[in-house]
Design a protein around this ligand. Sequence first.
Ligand code: ZN
Length: 138
Amino acid sequence: MKSFRKELTFRTPTRRALLNITPQVESALAESGIREGLCLVNAMHITASVFINDDESGLHEDFEKWLEKLAPEKPHSQYLHNGSEDNADAHLKRTLMGREVVVAITAGRLDFGPWERIFYGEFDGRRAKRVLIKILGE
Ligand code: ZN
């Protein structure tokens, strides 16, 4: 069995952002040379997510509105976590959107359903943050 590891780094100019990282994961898969196996992609920070969904801009705005309803950023003082930090909402949003995805690799490709794409969800950006890609197989 082969094993391949790669880190991606993102620095979004805004506090919150959704990025389609499918092309970067496909490049990592090509680099790995693995044809059959599993690909794990996870956020390495507890205020960011990796998830799979549709690459549709209306839906992305819906995610933003939904997350702000469930875990509004402001007022910062509503959260016990916020003292020296102001990112309690980002921890909660990350928990809602998830830490990682696992995608099957078949014949050298990510074996997606019809509209599945991999996204990086940033909830406390404006600094460098990492995503781990781990691919196992042969
Ligand atoms: Zn925090």
